[in-house]
Design a protein around this ligand. Structure first.
Ligand code: ZN
Length: 243
């Protein structure tokens, strides 16, 4: 079952880690031997434990920071693994039907993580989007952009149907990812959350080294990986000085 579809996905979820989709898995050519199955199970248990350990430490820090900032109404975070196979390495923030913030990491991302520092950094980044109210701001930005594009189309003589189409396309395009400035804000606060939770955000940000550089150009929503790592280093220097 799909959790979300169409416009709902666009309006409530903004993916953060811009990656290219992984190629589909080839069909299995042979049955795993008992030894191979045991090894796969052991590796899966290690990754699952890393996720649980990181979430247990990140959650109270994120909740305390969320309450002290006073922007978000609901600071009771839930951390989940999105189990859908075939999704690329990604993470996102959304709300459940009671308004609780959900931080989701895809199975591919958890499987690829090298240590809890990386998982905690991603969790901190996503929690920061919620703490800073980015989802609501993104929604406002999308509505404003859609209105502007619709007005321009109408002024150019477009039909009502064409105007609606332009508005929907513009809203979808605007909400596909957070803006670069939101991403950098989330990196900075996410690094602080991970640090206060006892993790090393510099090691966590090494995750960026394994991501492809985001597409450059006007429509890119993500800052380049070097800029993001440099920001994390700057935040860490500030936090260490403040100790
Ligand atoms: Zn993000």
């Amino acid at each position: 079952m799909r959790f979300w579809s169409g416009l709902v996905l666009v309006l409530t979820v903004a993916g953060c880690v811009q990656t290219t989709a992984l190629p589909p898995l080839p069909p299995p050519t042979h049955q795993a031997t008992p030894a191979q199955s045991a090894q796969i199970s052991a590796e899966a248990r290690v990754k699952a434990q890393m996720f649980v350990d990181a979430a247990a430490k990140v959650a109270p820090v994120a909740t305390a920071l969320c309450r002290s900032k006073g922007i978000a109404q609901n600071c009771q975070f839930r951390f989940v693994i999105d189990p859908r196979l075939g999704l690329p390495r990604n993470a996102y923030q959304t709300l459940d039907n009671r308004g609780h913030p959900i931080i989701a990491l895809t199975l591919a991302l958890v499987a690829d993580a090298r240590d809890t520092d990386e998982i905690a950094f991603v969790m901190g980044h996503e929690a920061a989007h919620h703490i800073l109210g980015h989802l609501a701001l993104q929604d406002q930005n999308a509505r404003a952009a859609a209105q502007k594009a619709g007005d321009a189309a109408a002024a150019a003589g477009a039909s009502a149907e064409q105007v609606r189409k332009v508005q929907a396309q513009t809203a979808a395009k605007t909400t596909l990812g957070y803006s670069k400035s939101f991403e950098l804000q989330a990196d900075a606060l996410g690094a602080e959350i991970a640090y206060r939770a006892g993790f090393n955000p510099l090691r966590g940000a090494a995750f960026f080294d394994r991501l492809p550089e985001p597409h450059r150009g006007r429509h890119s929503t993500h800052p380049d990986n070097r800029t993001r790592k440099a920001l994390v280093a700057k935040v860490m220097a500030r936090l260490r000085r403040a100790r």
